[in-house]
Write a protein that binds this ligand. Structure first.
Ligand SMILES: Cc1cc2nc3c(=O)[nH]c(=O)nc-3n(C[C@H](O)[C@H](O)[C@H](O)COP(=O)(O)OP(=O)(O)OC[C@H]3O[C@@H](n4cnc5c(N)ncnc54)[C@H](O)[C@@H]3O)c2cc1C
Length: 381
């Protein structure tokens, strides 16, 4: 197939959760949108490799606001979006050893407004976290506002919504060239050229590379490898009520998962954009940290995997028009929070692309739009 296709109003590049959610929101308001994905499977990269947690107290302030703003969508998605609930409740415990108490106090100050968070110490801590080694932790911040996300349902729901609304999804369509001809973007793929008035860069770990293709500013995006794996739970352990347990300095986390334990060293190792694989050293470090903290002895490692969490310097997402390339919109830098915040970010970006004001429910969560615009990075020109 080759030749120039009919013009679209918006071309979204990258069909992970960021691109799929925005494309679906745009299609719902009748915007003629094409969604281009280089892989066969839209969730092949970071979106399909997450730990599936919704935590409104995790991440920098703009992410926490957008995650709170996403909650109404998670709890009440459009009719026909999915067949079951998108969220299922799990508690989260941010644990601190004696030498980490300063970090716990800092976090406690940051999330002081969250009514779902309380402090657990001493005997109560051991009672509520029986898997922890005796004497390992001094205190925890306990959150009852956390959930697990059905990521596949969320992602497929958005893709279905997009297609049902007349959106065009093209997979195996790597964008190889982007040219602004003074009126429209000409987008080169192996299947031919497309034209669109606006290009949205939702290319995940590749976002800075795609930006360079378009002549946009660099946002200083660093993809960082994070590894996770599954292990058996200790024999006879009752996993009901075991919370997602996170080291307060993010040195590890552990989560019950279908009768097993999902564990991670919570690593952030810089990598070029790629189909990243877990490193043997990540796995060894993970096992060591988990065995130090928990009454767990790892006999066998199952299904290790890794994905790229992509950050700019301040760890907030980059959402807004480029200051350098006309009609080029950034939707990047979602880091380790791109699933939980996706509905909020998509609603924000769709409104901006339609030329509307920031939706009231997002403003109500105290998002400062300047904290996510590319211009804040000071590298616009
Ligand atoms: C181990 C791990 C645990 C995580 N846990 C959580 C969690 O618990 N909760 C949470 O909210 N987040 C979590 N995250 C982060 C979350 O997964 C990401 O923030 C999110 O998936 C980013 O989505 P995305 O659409 O930006 O990126 P991606 O899913 O990577 O999508 C980008 C897409 O762009 C495509 N693309 C790139 N270049 C081109 C091109 N030139 N042409 C066409 N297509 C292109 C790629 O193929 C890719 O499919 C975790 C991540 C990891 C790795």
């Amino acid at each position: 197939m080759s030749g120039v296709n009919p013009a679209y109003e918006i071309a979204v590049i990258g069909a992970g959760i960021a691109g799929a959610s925005l494309a679906a929101e745009l299609s719902a308001s009748g915007v003629r949108t094409v969604l281009l994905e280089q892989e066969d499977q839209p969730g092949y990269h970071t979106t399909g490799r997450s730990a599936a947690v919704y935590s409104p107290i995790y991440g920098p302030s703009p992410i926490r606001a957008l995650t709170r703003a996403a909650l109404p969508f998670f709890n009440n998605p459009p009719q026909g979006f999915c067949t079951g609930p998108l969220l299922s409740r799990i508690d989260a415990a941010f644990v601190a050893r004696e030498d980490q108490m300063e970090h716990l106090e800092t976090m406690a100050r940051e999330v002081a407004d969250a009514s779902t968070v309380s402090r657990v110490e001493g005997a109560a801590l051991k009672e509520r976290l029986p898997l922890l080694r005796d004497g390992y932790a001094m205190a925890a911040l306990w959150d009852t506002g956390t959930s697990e996300i059905d990521v596949a349902s969320l992602h497929h729901g958005y893709l279905r919504m997009f297609k049902t609304n007349g959106g065009v999804l093209k997979t195996r369509a790597p964008v190889m060239g982007l040219m602004w001809d003074g009126a429209v973007w000409i987008i080169e793929t192996p299947h031919g050229s497309l034209t669109a008035n606006i290009v949205v860069n939702a290319a995940g770990a590749w976002a800075d590379e795609l930006g360079q293709m378009a002549g946009a500013e660099r946002i200083g995006l660093t993809p960082k490898r994070r590894t996770a794996l599954m292990i058996d739970a200790p024999a006879g352990a009752d996993l009901r009520g075991v919370p997602l347990t996170i080291d307060v300095e993010e040195q590890f986390y552990l989560k019950p998962d279908a009768g097993k334990l999902l564990i991670s060293p919570a690593n952030e190792d810089p990598e070029p954009p790629c189909d990243v694989q877990p490193d043997e050293m990540d796995i060894a470090i993970c096992v060591d940290r988990i065995e130090r903290a928990f009454e767990v002895s790892v006999k066998r490692v199952e299904r290790p995997w890794a994905g790229l969490r992509s950050f700019v310097a301040d760890k907030a997402p980059v959402v807004g028009f480029s200051q350098k390339a006309k009609g080029f919109y950034w939707l990047a830098g979602q880091g380790g929070y791109g699933i939980q915040s996706a509905p909020g970010i998509a609603q924000y970006a769709a409104a901006e692309l339609r030329g509307e004001a920031v939706p009231a429910h997002i403003i109500a969560e105290s998002l400062d739009p300047a904290s996510i615009r590319p211009g804040r990075l000071g590298i616009g020109q």
